[in-house]
Design a protein. Structure first.
Length: 481
């Protein structure tokens, strides 16, 4: 185990903890636009439901809020939720000079409100955790040897999130778009691709961020230059990542090149702008999660005015200025990113305040809110993600889909477990379908547009679920010490 931790940390330093720097039809990474072959419309969900069919201009959803939090896996937050595909124990891996072999299965212990430290959650960490589908390498990633990642929450510690699952939709097959980490995952939430970028920035010592810092660089797969043979080789190495540690990772790294963290790729805001659909990206500047600050034509063009602080979101809702499409990126300290004393209870409170504002407004009858977490954060999850391409998919994120139009099921307050296969591009596909827009890449072209989460043939359930934020977050965290 010590050998594995050493090589993951030393061979590729960029896989260390955040913020230190932590498919598609074209299996190189989903960047090439694809003709849908005249299919049009929306495919039915994998459960065979068709009530979620989207008809542009006629579907009752007029506003979408895509809320992206940080670094939690499905089993970590909802592994104990009744009816969901969750686990309460997880496998481990033993690696030494003789190689890697399956280790013991360990229970997932109760998770604290404040994690003792961050866990590695970069591209390599995702590969090691998944371990070719065995899902037992979470203890060999940096910081994982103390089994910090083998913990999970419950209704007691996440009462609001579980209440939303009780009433609305909990998706238990929502995977992260790639193996990790934060920066490229957030690119997927606006572009359905990451330009092949596989890591966070390698420099955090100078002022500014992304396009505002000429000293920032990262690594990427030059997907436009990879041959089919290259792609097959990379995917094989990814599946067999623990066959030879660290040699497999080193062989993958031979395909990478260095790039600025200021790139120019199409993003969904471009399509929305061209179609006359109002949008805003609520995110603070100079934070790791602000993906649009890394898009040259956005950061250095007129559309940057639509990138606004998250504190303005509730004000826009209350003043009747909510755009048709909103990305909502929480401020640091409230995004639930482990480490630095972050209290999950306070992060949940922040989410509740945003949702309460929507539910109390005139927008509630026509709104869909999708809450995800941007990567697995090093926390255990037992479901092997599909291997779409060289970028991922990565381990499951929790996902809550909240709307008067969500499908009803057997959850305690009429909510539904949706087991349709989704990733971040599914939210973009949903927005595209609502507004009759063509997909940008192979990823959003193939993504299911949340079809299993909605039933537009039913009467909407318009009564709001207003939750009182907790006032005992500090006391609850102190009681666990």
């Amino acid at each position: 185990m010590g050998l594995a931790l050493l090589v993951v940390a030393s061979v590729v330093a960029i896989w260390a903890l955040w913020p230190d720097a932590g498919g598609s039809g074209t299996q190189a990474g989903g960047q090439t636009p694809r003709d849908r072959g005249g299919q049009g419309g929306t495919p039915g969900s994998q459960d065979g439901h068709d009530g979620g069919e989207i008809v542009p201009g006629q579907t009752p959803i007029k506003h979408v809020v895509f809320l992206i939090k940080e670094n939690r896996s499905f089993d970590h937050y909802f592994g104990r939720y009744p009816g969901a595909d969750g686990a309460t124990e997880g496998g481990t891996l033993i690696c030494d000079a003789q190689g890697c072999r399956d280790g013991p299965t360990v229970p997932l212990k109760p998770a604290p409100y404040i994690m003792p430290h961050d866990l590695s959650h970069g591209f390599a960490s995702g590969l090691y955790a998944i371990n070719g589908g065995k899902m037992n390498g979470f203890n060999i990633i940096v910081g994982g040897d103390d089994l910090t990642g083998y913990v999970q929450h419950s209704r007691k510690t996440l009462p609001a999130y579980w209440a939303y699952a009780d009433r609305f939709v909990l998706a238990d097959r929502f995977f992260t778009s790639m193996f990790g980490p934060t920066f490229p995952e957030h690119l997927y939430t606006v572009a359905a691709q990451s330009y092949g970028i596989i890591d966070n920035k390698t420099n955090a010592d100078t002022t500014g961020n992304y396009c505002d810092d000429p000293n920032e660089y990262t690594k990427r797969f030059p997907t436009e230059d990879l041959t089919k043979r290259d792609v097959r080789q990379i995917m094989r190495l990814e599946r067999e990542i623990t066959k030879e540690i660290p040699d497999q990772l080193y062989r993958i790294s031979q395909y990478w090149e260095t790039t600025r963290t200021c790139i120019d790729i199409p993003v969904l805001p471009d399509l929305l702008e061209e179609a006359g659909v109002r949008w805003k990206y609520y995110a603070n500047p100079d934070v790791w999660m602000n993906a649009l600050q890394a898009i040259d034509h956005i950061r250095n063009g007129p559309l940057w005015r639509k990138v606004q602080p998250p504190e303005r979101f509730i004000d826009d809702v209350e003043r009747g200025r909510l755009p048709e499409v909103s990305w909502l990126i929480p401020p640091e300290g409230l995004n639930e990113h482990p480490g630095a004393g972050t209290n999950v209870c306070k992060g949940e409170n922040w989410t509740v305040e945003q949702i309460n504002a929507i539910m109390a407004s005139k927008y509630w009858p026509t709104t869909a809110i999708v809450i995800v977490w941007d990567d697995f954060g090093g926390f255990y999850d037992h479901v092997p993600p599909p291997h779409y391409d060289i970028m991922g998919l990565g381990p499951r994120t929790p996902a809550l889909i909240i709307s008067p139009w969500t499908r009803r099921g057997d959850n305690p307050d009429g909510g539904y477990i949706d087991s349709t296969e989704y990733e971040f591009s599914s939210v973009l596909r949903f927005i595209e379908e609502l507004h009759g827009l063509e997909p940008m890449t192979d990823r959003d072209a193939r993504a299911d547009p949340l079809s299993g989460a909605f039933d537009f043939t039913q009467e909407p359930r318009l009564d709001p679920l207003i939750i009182e934020p907790r006032d005992d977050c500090d006391e609850a965290a102190a009681a666990q010490r």
